[in-house]
Design a protein around this ligand. Structure first.
Ligand code: NAP
Length: 291
């Protein structure tokens, strides 16, 4: 069994990005610039945005944080997005999800200029991803593809089961795995899937993106399979200062001995998700330089 170390891989990619930023600066360009819009004070969202800003600092990007209270009027938020769309000093931006209930998330996503949509959530980017055109690809699935690539994991002709069909993880993941670059034969499973245990056990590559801690157990995994655990659910813990820890969708200890490759939680997919946002921002900056 080989552990796929997302933390180390992300560290290596960050160094590559940093070197590219230094070369852009040497050529007289400004540093890539990422902005994040944060609505409200949800603990998880605050943490994710703080990480994104720290990541930017580490690779030499400029970053900006735009904050709104959670009772912000939808029109005010959309107005800010339109303003950022026009800002020539800004290469890309994200709106941290989830948003409060009174705000239409899809409307927010569709207001972002697809050229600055470094989260890859805009339908234009999703559509381009589906037909294999250059696009911003959702950070988690693109981070997973990068992990598989860097670990030389064979995917061609193999059966990949993706458990989960969300717009940000499961569905784009299934699209990427079915493309000619990966050549997997893909099945997408969800909460209405029948015989899920048998289906998972038939997978050469099993990608668990359910958000159900410990759902995937040893009997659901084929001997020699590649297992990618996307799940990150905060569960109470007496062993950490914060009072919680992250648990994956896979029971690591019993599944790992059966695998050819497996990602841990934490330290697997999570760091790659973070680094993919940086890669997308670098792409956006380079596109601005070229055009
Ligand atoms: P989501 O929007 O809640 O989607 C979960 C998907 O899993 C849905 O399609 C759902 O089916 C399916 N599902 C849930 N329970 C199931 C069950 N018992 N059997 C079969 N399918 C089931 O979640 P998400 O945003 O895709 O995220 C999934 C997990 O990944 C979460 O733990 C999240 O925290 C984590 N995540 C991690 C990262 C990272 O960087 N590591 C990034 C993003 C997300 P239905 O469609 O039928 O409801």
């Amino acid at each position: 069994m080989q552990l796929i170390d997302g933390k180390d891989t992300a560290k290596a990619i960050k160094l590559e990005i940093k070197a590219e930023v230094e070369s852009l600066l040497r050529e007289g360009n400004r540093a890539p610039h990422l902005a994040a819009i944060l609505v409200g004070h949800d603990g998880g969202s605050e943490t994710y945005v703080a990480y994104k800003i720290k990541d930017c600092e580490e690779v030499g990007f400029r970053s900006s944080l735009v904050r709104f209270e959670d009772d912000v009027d939808e029109e005010v938020l959309l107005g800010k997005i339109r303003e950022l769309n026009q800002d020539e000093e800004l290469d890309g931006f994200i709106v941290q999800l989830p948003l409060p209930d009174h705000i239409n998330e899809q409307k927010v996503i569709e207001t972002i200029n697809p050229k600055k949509d470094v989260d890859g959530f805009h339908p234009v980017n999703v559509g381009k991803t589906v037909i294999g055109l250059p696009s911003f690809v959702s950070a988690t699935p693109s981070g997973i593809v990068e992990l598989l690539r860097r670990y030389n994991v064979e995917t061609s002709g193999l059966h990949c089961v993706v458990v989960g069909r969300s717009n940000i993880v499961g569905r784009p993941m299934s699209i990427l795995m079915s493309q000619k670059s990966m050549n997997a034969t893909v099945t997408v499973a969800h909460s209405r899937t029948k015989n899920l245990e048998e289906l998972c056990a038939s997978a050469d590559i099993l990608i668990a993106a359910l958000g159900a801690p410990g759902f995937i157990k040893a009997h659901m995994v084929k001997q020699g399979a590649v297992v990618i655990d996307v799940g990150t659910t905060r569960v109470p813990s007496t062993e950490t200062k914060s009072g919680f820890r992250l648990r994956g969708d896979v029971v690591f200890d019993e599944v790992a001995p059966k695998c050819s490759f497996i990602t841990p939680v934490p330290g697997g997919v999570g760091p790659m998700t973070r680094v993919s946002l940086l890669s997308n921002t670098l792409l956006a900056a380079k596109d601005n330089i070229d055009s």
